[in-house]
Write a protein that binds this ligand. Structure first.
Ligand code: GCB
Length: 554
């Protein structure tokens, strides 16, 4: 599935803007136009836009609706593309069901065969999470139980686009690159027939033209975090054309290291959240750019898309900025803290969805050089007997889909996890001195080094610390430090970093979190999770300066 772009064979119409919106019952079908709806922005979550508590916290279905007209041409096929709606949804055109979405973080792309002069597009979204959705949640007495630590934002979160293609069009392009000493072999896998393949360098100069789908580039400039060099491939047939940027790079996980272009990399960065004021999870170019500017400013080289795939626009920016991405499927809330893997809970149906989302994630992100690893879950109950078979199948699907390294982010300890040997890199989330022995920083180093050592001894894989952090209220100071103060956050992060520096086989540190983010209400969540190194409005807390100094040198 190709990201919508316009060119001489393809038109593009953006349907973002102000739509109609209302909460609806489970049986709702948009037979007629919703005259009783109110106005809503797209893309955005509705939760932090509305003023009614009832609507904000609504559990169930909501309707989004808009109308549009196009100059329809007979020699074109029209397609609807919705970047993401959270979570499941049904899509109707003029009252007729035309498509559906199975998950809140993936695009829906469908042909529009019955366009009229004026069209009514209705999207009915269901925000409920169960053991058969990802993330996993539960409905108890009509109330949503959220297993994970971020707000269940709902809405049309990414761009809504109608695009046209010729009748005979290119459906997909996969660019595979193999790096050798002084050349790179490029193989293009596509359904395009009799195509001309042209590669352009960054300045638009032609590097190679080929009638074969496999060809070589001599002395390629490799993509890396210092020089995120992107080429452009143009595939052109008699009827269609598509241009895709790509990078040439090699990623490999060994027993001790993660290699980018044969050199070991140390991951410096964050677990992030797609979360900003008013927009919630709505994709926004200004927020995206600010995030990447801050990542570069602080000296980060990588992020994890915790705990779900981010927008395609973010993935393209990661390519441009040279930020490596650990791309995570929305497998979160799979409870290390309570029984999860059973016939009644996370069962075969959940597993099939999980596998399908792994497949779809790789299919969506396969041409992004920034993606260096896929993460199949965050903090699942991997100590449970059934988890082994479950993840063996999920990881098997990942292996069939990609050659990149696979990781799983563990909260279970090395002693009890049953899946560590299945992946290439172990990610661990650890909050010594915060959730355990709160405020006592003297425990951090020992416990952290011991835990990393245990994973190394058990699995013989590189380990990276995917989360560590302390909630911090900006402007709160304490000397000597106390938890929640800015001084505490610096000392906490410093203690952890000293542990990483002396732990053998530790290949990186991702602070939790990049910025403060919204969660469900809770006794330990004062306006959300405050472990951000940046505030929610993207200003640095004091710790950001500490990290900048460390990471610029490292
Ligand atoms: C974790 C979770 C993350 C939470 C974080 C915390 O282990 O992976 O989603 O937000 O802890 O701050 O509690």
């Amino acid at each position: 599935m190709l990201y919508p772009k316009s060119n001489k064979y393809r038109d593009l119409y953006n349907l973002n803007g102000i739509w109609k919106f209302k909460t609806v019952g489970d049986d709702y079908i948009p037979e007629n136009e919703a005259h009783d709806a109110f106005l809503m922005a797209v893309p955005a979550s509705y939760n932090d836009i509305v003023t009614s508590k009832e609507v904000k916290d609504h559990v169930g279905k909501v309707l989004y609706e808009t109308t549009f007209s196009l100059p329809v041409r007979d020699d074109r096929i029209y397609h609807l593309r919705i970047g993401a709606t959270s979570h499941k949804c049904d899509v109707y055109l003029n009252g007729k069901l035309i498509s559906y979405g199975i998950n809140g973080f993936f695009p829906i792309d469908t042909e529009l065969s019955d366009l009229e002069e004026k069209n009514r597009l209705s999207v009915v979204i269901d925000n409920r999470l169960t053991f058969q959705t990802l993330p996993v949640g539960r409905i108890v007495n009509g109330k949503q139980v959220i297993n994970h630590d971020f707000y269940n934002f709902t809405g049309i979160h990414r761009d809504v686009i109608v695009y046209s293609t010729p009748k005979k069009y290119i459906h997909d392009i996969e660019i595979k690159t193999v790096v050798d000493d002084d050349y790179s072999k490029i193989s293009v896998i596509t359904d395009a027939e009799n195509a001309l393949y042209t590669v352009f360098d960054k300045l638009g100069n032609t590097v190679i033209e080929s009638r074969e789908s496999t060809f070589s580039i001599e002395d390629p400039i490799l993509w890396d975090t210092e020089n995120p060099y992107l080429y452009t491939l143009c595939v052109e047939t008699d009827t269609d054309k598509y241009e895709e940027k790509f990078g040439i790079r090699k990623v490999e996980a060994t027993r001790d290291a993660l290699l980018l272009n044969d050199k070991p990399v140390y991951l410096k960065g964050f677990g992030m959240h797609d979360d900003s004021f008013i927009l919630g999870k709505g994709n926004n170019a200004a927020v995206n750019i600010r995030n990447f500017e801050l990542l570069k400013w602080i000296g980060a080289n990588s992020i994890r898309t915790s705990h779900y795939p981010y927008s395609e626009e973010v993935m393209s920016l990661a390519d441009e900025y040279g930020i490596m991405v650990i791309d995570e499927v929305p497998a979160v809330g799979m409870g290390w803290w309570n029984p999860t893997f059973s016939d009644e809970r996370a069962n075969d149906e959940t597993k099939e969805l999980h596998k399908e989302l792994v497949r779809q994630l790789v299919a969506r992100d396969k041409n992004h050089p920034a993606v260096i690893m896929y993460s199949v879950a965050n903090e699942a109950a991997t100590h449970e007997e059934r988890a082994r078979e479950y993840f063996a199948d999920v990881i098997d699907m990942a292996r069939k889909s990609t050659d990149l390294p696979i990781t799983i982010i563990e909260f279970s300890t090395a002693d009890v996890s049953l899946v560590g040997d299945l992946v290439d890199v172990i990610g661990i989330n650890r909050y010594y001195g915060w959730y355990y022995e709160h405020g006592d920083m003297s425990v951090i180093k020992d416990q952290m080094i011991t835990e990393i050592g245990k994973w190394r001894a058990k699995c013989g894989k590189p380990v990276f610390v995917a989360e560590f952090g302390a909630d911090t209220i900006e402007g709160l100071h304490a000397l000597p430090s106390e938890s929640f103060s800015e001084e505490f956050q610096i000392e906490y992060v410093r203690e952890n970093c000293e542990a990483f520096d002396s732990a053998e086989g530790c290949i990186g540190e991702h602070v939790w979190n990049f910025a403060d983010f919204k969660t469900k209400q809770g006794l330990t969540r004062i306006r959300g999770n405050r472990k951000g190194v940046f505030t929610k409005d993207r200003q640095p807390k004091l710790v950001a300066h500490f990290l900048r100094e460390r990471w610029m040198k490292k």
